[in-house]
Design a protein around this ligand. Structure first.
Ligand SMILES: Cc1cc2nc3c(=O)[nH]c(=O)nc-3n(C[C@H](O)[C@H](O)[C@H](O)COP(=O)(O)OP(=O)(O)OC[C@H]3O[C@@H](n4cnc5c(N)ncnc54)[C@H](O)[C@@H]3O)c2cc1C
Length: 484
């Protein structure tokens, strides 16, 4: 191994950045072969789970992704904003490292590119109506076996290793064995938490009443999970809702479709609900502009950048007389509560206390966003395949924004103050840190050079070509099919 060095680049960084060892992959042919015969199970099909599944499959592992609902992407089904502020840098770092499949899917479904809205530059917006089938196709191309309506509620342990995960008896009594597991179950909900710490179940995209509540795998292994907080409340409320575009005045809908952004001042008589910005999960939007204006973004629906907005008050605003919420259904009253039940983990994203369990996305800490979920998912899936093959995990160096974010958030989660914060490449405290460290850049060549200097170009793409999902061949070696 050699020490990673980062040269100063046009994007301005690296002065003062600590040089950390590069964890270069040494893919000897026999190691590659070993990875062909390992089995990885990913639990939770949000952005982090989809990224983890593709990443593990890229290393040759046989991957099964288990999702409790009938659709992939979890909270990503109602999001849409990407490449804004430092997320651009993280996205291009991951593409340079060869783990860009999920970002290519987002780009392919982009309705708007390079747009600006308060506090955010060079953002893209994906179409929430078309993104999920696009990701399904990417998983199929990578050979990932996706099982829907499989909700994991229990684990079988052998000492510090998970042997298998299971569903409830009355939910099919399914059992899945693997060599390594990735938990990507998110932190959103569940209804009694949204009731206790929010304004009640807002009937959000997670549809707990239909598909059963989120269940954390780490907790089932006896791991003590971590709860975030905001001011004196547990967790944080999700920060945006969707309105039916058809319920808006035609000129607002037209501008939204054409430009991607509409900003409408809220008349002074309206209830701007000052506390709403305090409680939202997305600190990067807790700016006065979002307090004084209705900010809409076009993600297929009209994304309203506030956790909730009393419907009666909203309808007093010119152009919003007929406004109707699409997501959550009770967006006039509240939104989902997130960031409870995170897993303690190391910088390789291995869960503390369980030898073959990795985690990513919100489960891995106070990281908000699709981009954050994808980059951690790629690393967790990669390391699960490596662990299953008996190889040491990869830790990304702090010279990369992604590596720094992963270790910085872990450190912050060990402090009371840090547990009250949220971290995202797109704003607030972590974007400030990126700027201070000089790691924020929109210069793609410079970002690639930084990845190259760390010796990590294409690291997530190395390994074997994606397999087609098939019932033939080495698959038979694993008794992973549901039993019972
Ligand atoms: C309303 C809203 C708007 C947002 N807008 C944006 C945005 O515009 N841009 C952005 O970057 N971020 C946005 N975010 C944040 C972003 O969506 C999340 O931070 C990120 O997508 C989290 O991904 P995840 O994979 O960690 O978790 P989740 O998206 O929560 O996915 C977890 C998945 O695991 C499944 N699951 C849970 N338990 C089990 C189990 N036991 N067995 C099997 N499956 C299970 C769930 O059904 C779900 O599909 C938004 C969030 C919300 C709620």
């Amino acid at each position: 191994m050699r020490a990673a060095g980062v040269r100063g680049t046009a994007s301005g960084p690296p002065r003062g950045i600590r040089h950390e060892p590069t964890h270069r992959l040494q893919l000897l042919p026999q190691k590659r072969n070993r990875r062909h015969f390992v089995k990885v199970i990913v639990i939770g099909g949000g952005w982090s789970g989809c990224a983890a599944a593709v990443s593990a499959a890229r290393q040759g592992a046989q991957v099964t992704l288990l999702e409790r609902t009938d659709a992939l992407l979890g909270t990503g089904l109602v999001g849409g904003i990407f490449r804004n502020n430092g997320r651009f840098t993280a996205t291009e770092e991951m593409i340079a490292m060869g783990g860009g499949e999920m970002f290519h899917a987002m780009d392919a479904c982009a309705l708007h590119r390079d747009i600006e809205f308060p506090g955010h530059r060079h953002a893209s917006l994906y179409n929430i109506s078309t993104i999920e089938p696009q990701v399904q196709r990417a998983l199929a191309a990578a050979g990932v076996d996706v099982r829907y309506q499989v909700r994991i509620t229990d684990v079988e342990l052998d000492g510090r290793r998970i042997v298998a995960v299971r569903t409830k008896k009355n939910e099919g009594d399914l059992r899945f064995e693997a060599d390594a597991f990735v938990e990507t179950t998110g932190t959103a909900g569940v209804p009694n938490i949204c009731t206790r710490h929010g304004n009640g179940c807002a009937m959000c995209i997670l549809r707990c009443h239909t598909f059963g509540i989120r269940v954390g795998v780490a907790a089932r292994c006896g791991v003590k999970e971590i709860d975030g907080h905001k001011l004196d409340q547990f967790g944080a409320m999700s920060g945006s809702c969707k309105l039916h575009k058809e319920s808006l005045a035609p000129e607002i809908a037209e501008q939204l479709n054409r430009t991607g952004v509409v900003v409408v001042p809220i008349p002074r008589t309206g209830d701007a609900g000052s506390e709403k910005l305090e409680i939202k999960a997305c600190q990067q939007y807790a700016l006065p502009e979002y307090q004084e204006n209705i900010v809409l973004l076009n993600t297929g629906h009209a994304k309203l950048m506030t956790p909730y907005f009393p419907q009666g008050e909203l309808r007093k605003v010119p152009g919003f007389e007929n406004a109707r919420f699409e997501d959550p259904y009770a967006g006039g009253v509240g939104n989902s509560i997130r960031f409870l039940g995170m897993a303690p983990r190391d910088d390789a994203l291995k869960v503390d206390g369980v030898d073959n369990l990795f985690c990513a996305g919100e489960k891995a800490g106070l990281l908000v966003g699709h981009t954050e979920a994808v980059v951690t998912g790629v690393l967790a899936g990669h390391n699960a395949a490596r662990r299953a093959a008996g190889e040491p995990p990869l830790v990304l160096p702090g010279t990369l924004a992604i590596g720094d974010a992963i270790s910085h958030v872990r450190e912050q989660m060990q402090t009371e103050k840090g547990l009250g914060l949220k971290f995202t490449f797109s704003g607030s405290v972590y974007f400030e840190r990126m700027k201070e460290r000089g790691s924020y850049s929109i210069d793609v060549a410079a970002i690639r050079q930084r990845v190259e200097a760390a010796g990590l170009t294409g690291v997530f793409a190395r390994g074997r070509q994606p397999r087609r999902a098939t019932r033939r061949g080495p698959r038979k070696r694993w008794p992973d099919q549901p039993q019972g």
